[in-house]
Design a protein around this ligand. Structure first.
Ligand SMILES: [Fe+2]
Ligand SMILES: [Fe+2]
Length: 258
């Protein structure tokens, strides 16, 4: 029997204390902190400074490494490790890549499809094409990262030549009157005449929106393509001193104090 087995229900503050205690135990007595962006996602700009946070948790230090509530990452993480331990949804990426593979597209296109929504799966949704491209840029052919960046804009514009229509899903998600912002329109215009236009367009064509419960997809099917087309750093993603290493580290340690 727990400490509250007595008849009376817990007060709100007791519930909060219990939750906090449980979290602390899971955290090995460290204080995990939320970045400003995480709080904004809950609609608030509250800021609690380090001194106050620590005063509320006497005798505790701040978490400065791995968050024990999240799956453990190996010392030298690979892209596959991030897929397995950090990306919250893989199915959409795997199904899109499987479709591209089945259609006979080359490996760069398949990889672009596999990684096109990597930011949605593991990082930040807003401007996901740009974040995703930035994450992978040091490790893939420029054709792949370019395509990932602009697929976000291209999704909003049809291309009859390849049978791509404005997605019904977008009407459902954003309403029939939604118009993309000017920066997206500009991105689209620039992309139209770019040498890698068709690669980005093929991401859109293979972008699956309806989840197919019968589709048999497995990350193992793409391990070789990743091996040939994603330059896995020997130090591990995050420890290789590229312009996006810090982003991989943040993904690995999202609640570090600094
Ligand atoms: Fe996308
Ligand atoms: Fe997608």
């Amino acid at each position: 029997m727990g400490p509250h087995a007595a008849s009376r229900p817990l007060t709100l503050s007791e519930q909060a204390d219990e939750l906090e205690e449980k979290m602390m135990n899971e955290l090995n007595d460290k204080i995990a902190t939320k970045s400003a962006l995480f709080s904004m996602a809950d609609g608030n700009l509250d800021y609690v400074g380090g001194a106050e946070l620590q005063a509320r948790n006497p005798g505790k230090y701040f978490l400065m490494g791995a968050d024990p509530r999240l799956p453990k990452m190996p010392e030298k993480p690979t892209l596959i490790d991030f897929f397995k331990h950090r990306f919250v949804s893989m199915n959409h990426l795997l199904q899109s890549a499987a479709l591209a593979l089945k259609a006979g597209h080359d490996e760069k296109v398949v990889l672009a499809c596999l990684l096109h929504d990597v930011a949605v799966a593991g990082f930040i949704r807003c401007d996901h094409g740009y974040w995703g491209a930035q994450l992978i840029e040091p490790y893939v052919d420029e054709e792949v990262s370019w395509a990932v960046r602009v697929h976000q804009a291209l999704r909003f514009f049809p291309d009859e030549s390849i049978g791509y229509k404005y997605p019904d899903m977008y009407v459902k998600y954003f309403g029939p009157d939604y118009q993309p912002e000017p920066y997206i329109v500009e991105e689209y215009k620039r992309a139209r005449s770019h040498k890698y236009y068709m690669t980005a367009r093929l991401i859109c064509v293979n972008d699956i929106y309806a989840f197919d419960p019968d589709a048999k997809v497995n990350l193992d099917d793409f391990v070789d393509i990743i091996g040939r087309n994603f330059k896995q750093p020997k130090e591990g993603l995050g420890f290789d001193n590229t312009p996006s290493s810090h982003m991989w580290r943040t993904l690995m340690w999202p609640t570090r104090f600094l």
